[in-house]
Design a protein around this ligand. Structure first.
Ligand code: HXC
Length: 257
């Protein structure tokens, strides 16, 4: 499949999507987001792929939604055209997605990274929700996911002042899972994804589903949900294999069954 705004490749069991609109610092437009969703869904459906990495360039993961494309929209066009309506479907991909972020992850770019399951950042990464400087606000979960990730104080600071935070601050505040030197970013993200891809896919997908449910449910309901999934995994061959391999001091050979 030929794409215009992204590059797609596989590395073993890992699907790698590179955002590729360098002249606009990977600003997100309808075409890029449709291509990203199509590529992510294709990886999701591919039994050989166990995890997905989304990355950008050295300078920018993505500098936001494309301002030049949306600047002339009026309310009726935005509302009736359901502007950005399908973009957050990236969050419905079932296999784990890692955002490997170098440079700017601003506005919709930060929101896209937050839709992934975790973020590995280069030491050059800069995160922010600068929509306020444009007379608008985040529209793809920035006020919601960022607040859950970093807490009210910092989310308010970022959304109201439009300032950026660097990789260290992002890690300290819980937005980012790891920070690595920029030269090691892709390798680190692929390695993490390969590790995930080597585990039993049903347990990986259930682990992701269960962590994500913690956003939606009370603690008691979330724990009940987790317990049902936990019990259900005893029905898999891979649970038998994983535990037998531990007891026999050998590497498990998972079959995703
Ligand atoms: C369209 C963009 C863009 C964007 C950068 N460019 N960001 N085009 N939409 N979001 C373009 C610039 O116009 C320029 O094109 C080229 O990319 C290089 O950018 P420069 O500004 O020249 O680079 P630099 O001086 O290094 O500054 C980098 C920057 C700055 C700090 C990231 O580009 C910037 O502030 N960008 C906008 C960030 C932003 O406000 N994002 C939020 C968007 S709103 P030319 O043709 O001039 O060379 C949003 C809403 C989300 O995301 C809603 C849900 C999705």
């Amino acid at each position: 499949m030929a794409y215009e705004c992204i590059k797609v490749e596989t590395r073993g069991g890992v699907g790698l999507v590179t955002l590729d609109r360098p002249k606009a610092l990977n600003a997100l437009n309808a075409k890029l987001m449709a291509e990203l969703l199509e590529a992510a869904r294709a990886f999701d459906a591919d039994a050989k792929i166990g995890a997905i990495v989304i990355t950008g360039s050295e300078k920018a993961f993505a500098a936001g939604a494309d301002i030049k494309e949306m600047q002339s929209l009026d309310f009726v066009e935005a509302y009736m055209g359901d502007f950005i309506g399908g973009w957050d479907k990236v969050g419905t991909v079932r296999k784990p997605m890692i955002a490997a972020v170098a440079g700017y992850a601003l506005g919709g770019g930060c929101e896209l990274a937050m839709m992934c399951d975790f973020i590995i950042a280069a030491d050059t990464a800069k995160f922010g929700q600068p929509e306020i400087t444009l007379g608008t606000i985040p529209g793809m979960g920035g006020t919601q996911r960022l607040t859950r990730a970093v807490g009210k104080a910092k989310a308010m600071d970022l959304c109201l002042t439009g300032r950026m935070m660097d990789a260290d601050e992002a890690e300290r505040s819980g937005l980012v899972a790891r920070v690595v030197p920029a030269t090691e970013l892709i390798e680190t993200a692929i390695k993490a994804a390969e590790k995930i891809a080597g585990f039993s896919q049903p347990s990986v997908i259930m682990a992701k589903e269960s962590v994500n449910r913690s956003y939606e449910l009370t603690l008691a309901e979330g724990i009940r949900f987790e317990r049902r999934l936990f019990h259900s995994l005893f029905a898999t061959e891979d649970q038998k294999e994983g535990m037998a391999a531990f007891a026999e001091k050998r590497q498990a050979q998972f079959k995703n069954r």
